[in-house]
Ligand binder design. Structure first.
Ligand code: C2E
Ligand code: CA
Ligand code: CA
Ligand code: CA
Length: 395
């Protein structure tokens, strides 16, 4: 801790000073003065435990008040560098809300009307601030709409066929959520899932997806071929916040029981990045789901940043090779090698492999040749609503 001690009647900082720290009074007493130097007005008297100077600390603006000691005083100093480190990691919406509150505070507290200071402030706030502003407003209104959208039935679940490469038979589906926004049209999950994760709405989205997928399964299951080696399955994507909450395994089990869906026909897809970001929090749930007999797939394989040790620590039953590698395996030697090693690794660990993003016959044929069991991609079929996927399977 940084301590600063002051005698009686000393100035801690002056109006207009550059504010690079906030203070907590450990012992003593200070007065807060605003107005011109020759006619200062006392607006507050603060004693032990109080904090001051935090506004300039957060918004990088000059001090709007002068603080003087009324007694010998000891202060604990909180440096900007430390707080900023925390702030830059904060969500843009939080940053923006904080900035708005500070601006409002400044405007209402009769801060100095010094033209120079005002100009400096305008420059500092408006430039980088505008982007932050429009981004935050967009995010906030979308988050609000999403919350509405969930209750007003705007979510839809699409199903994309998964194919057994050696026979081209249909063996399963991946459920992919869509948001039919009344004004903006179809919004991609790549846009609204991260938003839902940030705002906590993901729990409602995930609950809806699980419930819908599991109850639709009875209409999909019969479309799949099933032999003793390849049982039909339905894949559902779950994200970290959903898995870190307690009771998730129980929720899944309840949905399965309600629809009499055998646990081994459900497969949960998790992304590598998700696992890396919160391994401890999610591993309990993952183990519990696996213990129920539910399959666990490592999604987007190859795009994460961690080593491979989690393949050893978590009970995966399959991996999905990311479409980034699959799409380029014919044109980029590196992608081809990554796909090849992923298949090799998967085989050695006794896992099944799904290659996603197959867009042409050549890619499907190559993957089959290389021993990849399952394939998924526009070449076979795009994700479709339940009715459309039923029609597709019958033709
Ligand atoms: P993902 O799990 O990696 O899903 C595969 C994505 O690739 C899907 O995008 C799918 O439509 C797309 N895709 C499939 N075949 C092809 C192909 O041949 N070519 C190309 N270019 N793309 C193909 P989508 O449906 O937009 O989903 C994006 C991501 O959103 C998903 O990536 C997944 O991470 C997330 N997501 C989707 N539904 C859910 C959900 O219900 N819950 C959660 N938590 N996340 C979801
Ligand atoms: Ca997936
Ligand atoms: Ca994927
Ligand atoms: Ca993905």
């Amino acid at each position: 801790l940084n301590r600063e001690t002051f005698d009686i009647n000393q100035t801690v900082f002056r109006t207009g000073d550059y504010g690079d720290a906030a203070y907590v009074i450990e012992k003593g007493c200070v007065e807060v003065l605003v107005g011109a130097d020759d006619a200062p007005k006392r607006v507050a008297m603060l004693t032990e435990g109080a904090m001051f100077g935090e506004v300039a600390l957060l918004d990088r603006q000059p001090r709007t008040a002068t603080v003087r000691t009324l007694l010998p005083t000891s202060l604990v100093r909180i440096d900007r560098a430390h707080v900023e480190e925390l702030l830059v990691r904060a969500d843009p919406v939080i940053q923006y809300l904080l900035r708005l509150m500070l601006e409002r505070f400044r405007n209402s507290s009769g801060g100095v009307a010094n033209a120079e200071i005002q100009a400096a402030r305008a420059a500092a706030i408006s430039q980088p601030g505008m982007d932050l502003h429009s981004a935050a407003v967009h995010t906030l209104s979308l988050a609000h709409d999403l919350s509405d959208g969930i209750t007003h039935n705007q979510l839809a679940l699409y199903y994309q066929p998964i194919i057994l490469l050696h026979s081209n038979a249909l063996v399963g589906f991946e459920a992919l959520v869509r948001w039919e926004h009344p004004k903006l049209g179809l919004i991609s999950p790549d846009e609204f899932i991260p938003l839902a994760e940030k705002t906590g709405l993901i729990h409602k989205v995930g609950e809806w997806v699980l419930q819908r997928a599991i109850s639709d399964w009875k209409h999909l299951r019969g479309l799949c071929v099933s032999d003793t080696q390849h049982l039909p399955f339905l894949s559902v994507n779950l994200s970290a916040p959903e898995l870190s909450g307690a009771g998730m395994a129980q929720t899944v089990q309840n949905h399965l029981a309600a629809q009499q869906m055998p646990p081994h026909e459900l497969r949960i897809e998790l992304t590598e990045t998700v696992i890396v970001s919160s391994l401890a929090a999610v591993s309990h749930t993952i183990n519990a789901l696996r213990a129920l007999g539910i399959g666990i797939a490592l999604d987007d394989f190859g795009t994460g940043y961690a080593g491979l040790d989690y393949l050893q620590t978590l009970p995966f039953s399959s991996i999905k090779i990311d479409k980034a590698f699959v799409a380029q395996m014919h044109t980029a030697e590196r992608s081809f090698q990554i796909v090849k090693s992923a298949l090799e690794l998967s085989r050695q660990l006794g896992l099944t492999t799904v290659a996603e993003g197959i867009e042409d016959l050549a890619t499907a044929a190559a993957l089959k040749e290389m021993g990849c069991t399952y394939g998924q991609g526009y070449y076979f079929a795009k994700p479709k609503p339940l009715q459309a996927v039923q029609d597709w399977a019958k033709t």
